[in-house]
Design a protein around this ligand. Sequence first.
Ligand SMILES: [Fe+2]
Length: 158
Amino acid sequence: MRYFCIDCSYIYDEAFGEEELWIEANMRFDDIPDFYCPNCEAESDMFQPIIEEVLYAENPQKLSDIEKEHIPHILHTDTREVEVSIWVEVHPMQEDHRIASVALYDEHGDMIEEHLFEVDEDPIYAFSVEDLDSFELRAYCNEHGVWSTGIIENELIL
Ligand SMILES: [Fe+2]
């Protein structure tokens, strides 16, 4: 499982551990004594488990309000990168409810890059997609979970 620091958006991933804290891979969060955030030093009670279930639009042609608020929206593309946002000014960016990250996945569902957002930051980020035929974008809301665009064919958006 992964755990999210609501203070700074750092993510502790049990599968990888944390080198900076000398925590080995596959160490369960609940088994770590005196865990603190390696990024902002928040204590373990500032961490919440990430709901990993990925949510997709029921009908991509007609998004519901909550889908519009959470599914990454492509602002701009060129041959090298795709700039995405969660509709600015629509979703809160507060400590207890914000878009905490956006991530780029390949067509097999493997994460290529994840970008973390801080409180009050505009949730906009540009990913390099030059070498990908297709990809998927996911946004993580610390209240509403993980939301995906589904697979996007690169040639269709360039
Ligand atoms: Fe949300």
